[in-house]
Structure formats: structure tokens, C-alpha cells
Design a protein around this ligand. Structure first.
Ligand code: 5GP
Ligand code: MN
Length: 319
């Protein structure tokens, strides 16, 4: 994909990413909007996202993110970033009406749903894709900060297996723009407020291991969310804490979204392909990190997930 060619002549450009936007989604959308504004000075560029966590407020353009999804004239080009277009919530109307629909993603479960698609499952973050698509001369410190933020969030600060030598070469280039990356990593990735730390502690304390200790699950119900005054943004990172426990091949974190409905997050080791499990239930993601929404009681959901996880663990055992 050539951004200059795809946007040629466009006067109005829109950008959106997935519901409940994470660091990669926010970083990639803001980096792309800063870039397009610089490349096409006369064009109007707008970003639409559900309200992101305030930890990202220092990123340039954060204040201009539109979370109210007003009616708009059709955009000349509309970019869906870091997901499939049916996971962008209210912004889907812009995608459907756009004169040119564009999809930039790195999820293996995305078949590419735009007129123009750039889907690269081998790349660790959507933000890294923006780096790849950008003309290097146009990059600046503000964009570098957004891209770097997305990279650290989707690679677990360059820990996960989606990090490769190229990722680190790009990261090296980005920090050469000179920003306070230790503070950025601490404040956007590791730091929790007191309530978030308490909920995480509670989720770990109430977790249950099963399948001979190879799986672990924890759930937060709506009563608990109300008690702490917590929202889904406060649960970021809990599933990784579960996955960090010795012997665990598959960690499941769930929270209640509605009566008999749960949002499910999966984190796995090399023995389980999380994207395959999530895709079976209508979700998606990556090999080691994926998610879906499931209906039923907590026990139904866990039983249904278990069947698929166990099947994969058995397959591996036979090999
Ligand atoms: P998380 O567990 O952090 O919400 O998501 C892990 C990964 O799976 C992310 O890359 C996210 O975009 C993807 N993912 C999570 N939930 C869903 C879902 O319901 N549908 C799809 N297609 N992807 C999901
Ligand atoms: Mn991503």
C-alpha cells in the first residue's frame, strides 16, 4: 500500500480502530493521522475512537479524538486500523459510506475487508505497520512517540514472540527522535492506579486452575465492577499476570458485559493457538493473544473454551 497514492486528491480522510482501543490502536490511529496531516496539508483528517484510557493523553492529537461519532459527509478515504471493520463500533457507518475503504491490520484472523488492504500478520503491531508505510523523511518526534507507544503495548515492551530484529531496529530509530521512553513505558504500560491494582489482586486471588494446572481462569462480575467503580479499561494486564504463572499454557480472563454475556481474553504459550480458539467463538486475534465475546453462564463459557483448548493440547501431545 502506498499512502500517498491511496490518498491522492482526498479532501476528507477518516480513521478508526477497534472498540475498547488499546495502546497499539490509539498509537497507530494517532500516528497515521499526524502523518497524513503532514503529507496532505490541505486535507481534513479526523480520528474516531471509543474514549481511550487517559494514560495516552500525552500523545499528540489525543484531545482531538472524536468519541461522539456524529453524522458526517462521506469521507474520501476511510482507514480502519488494527482490526476488521465490524469491530469499530459506531464508526462502522463512516467505513460503509466512504468513497474508498482502507484496512490496515496485523491480525491473522483478518481476511482484509477494504477496497485496499494492508494486512500483515507477521508484524507485531499496527503501529509498526504505520512506520513501514510512512516516508521516513516525514516522521517526527510526535509520530515516533505514538508509534513507539503502540509497539511497546502489543509486544509487551519487546518481550513477546512478535518481536524480531526488525522491530528493535525500528524501535532504535524511533527513540533517536528523543523522547522520555522510560517514563512512557512506566506510565502507559506498567503503572496501575490503586483500584486497578486491587482488582488485579482480587482476580489473581480468585483464579481457578484446571486441566491439570495447565489452564487458569478468572472472572470479574458486574457486582464487583460496581463495587470498585471499575470499567473494562481497568482490567488491562490482568490476563498477562495470569499467564505469567508457572505451568500455565492458557490463561483466560473474563468480565461480564451483560446478563449471561462475557468478554473473554486469552493468552497462551506455544502449545495453544489462541486465535483459533477465539475465532471459533466469533472473535479473533493473534496466536498468543486473542479474544471473543461469549454468551451463557460463566461455567458454560469455560466448558466450551476448554474443549477447544484441550483438543489443541492433545494434538500437541500426539506429535
Ligand atoms: P485482548 O484480550 O487484549 O482484548 O485482545 C487480544 C487480541 O485479540 C487483540 O489483538 C485484540 O484486537 C483481539 N481481540 C480481542 N477480542 C476480540 C474480538 O472479540 N474479536 C476479534 N476479531 N479480535 C479480538
Ligand atoms: Mn494491535
Amino acid at each position: 500500500m502506498n499512502l500517498r497514492k491511496e490518498c491522492e486528491g482526498a479532501k476528507r480522510i477518516g480513521i478508526s480502530g477497534h472498540i475498547r482501543p488499546d495502546g497499539d490502536c490509539v498509537g497507530a490511529c494517532l500516528a497515521l493521522s499526524l502523518y497524513l496531516k503532514k503529507m496532505m496539508e490541505a486535507a481534513e483528517v479526523k480520528v474516531f475512537l471509543e474514549e481511550p484510557s487517559s494514560v495516552f493523553e500525552s500523545l499528540k492529537g489525543f484531545e482531538e479524538i472524536d468519541s461522539s461519532f456524529p453524522d458526517e459527509e462521506p469521507f474520501d478515504v476511510f482507514f480502519v486500523v488494527d482490526t476488521v471493520p465490524d469491530r469499530i463500533g459506531e464508526a462502522e457507518k463512516y467505513f460503509l459510506q466512504a468513497k474508498k475503504r482502507t484496512n490496515i491490520d496485523h491480525h491473522i484472523t483478518n481476511p482484509g475487508a477494504g477496497d485496499v488492504n494492508y494486512v500483515m500478520p507477521a508484524i507485531g503491531s499496527a503501529s509498526e505497520l504505520i512506520y513501514d508505510l510512512a516516508e521516513h523523511d516525514l516522521l517526527d518526534q510526535d509520530m515516533a512517540l505514538c508509534i513507539y507507544t503502540g509497539m511497546i503495548h502489543d509486544t509487551g515492551v519487546f518481550q513477546y514472540s512478535n518481536t524480531n530484529p526488525d522491530t528493535l531496529r525500528k524501535a532504535a530509530d524511533l527513540i533517536s527522535f528523543g523522547f522520555d521512553f522510560p517514563a512512557l513505558i512506566q506510565e502507559t504500560f506498567y503503572q496501575k492506579n490503586y483500584v486497578q491494582a486491587q482488582i488485579c489482586g482480587r482476580a489473581l486471588m480468585e483464579s481457578i486452575r484446571f486441566m491439570d494446572g495447565r489452564c487458569i481462569v478468572s472472572v470479574i462480575d458486574r457486582k464487583t465492577m460496581e463495587f470498585y467503580g471499575a470499567t473494562p479499561k481497568d482490567f488491562e494486564g490482568i490476563v498477562n499476570q495470569l499467564r505469567n504463572i508457572k505451568g500455565i499454557s492458557c490463561a483466560i480472563f473474563m468480565y461480564e458485559t451483560d446478563t449471561l454475556e462475557y468478554k473473554v481474553s486469552l493468552r497462551t504459550d506455544e502449545l495453544v493457538d489462541a486465535s483459533r480458539v477465539a475465532a471459533f467463538f466469533g472473535g479473533g486475534g493473534h496466536m498468543r493473544a486473542a479474544g471473543c465475546t461469549m454468551k451463557g453462564t460463566f461455567h458454560d463459557c469455560v466448558n466450551n473454551l476448554s474443549l477447544h483448548i484441550e483438543e489443541q493440547l492433545m494434538e500437541k501431545k500426539q506429535q
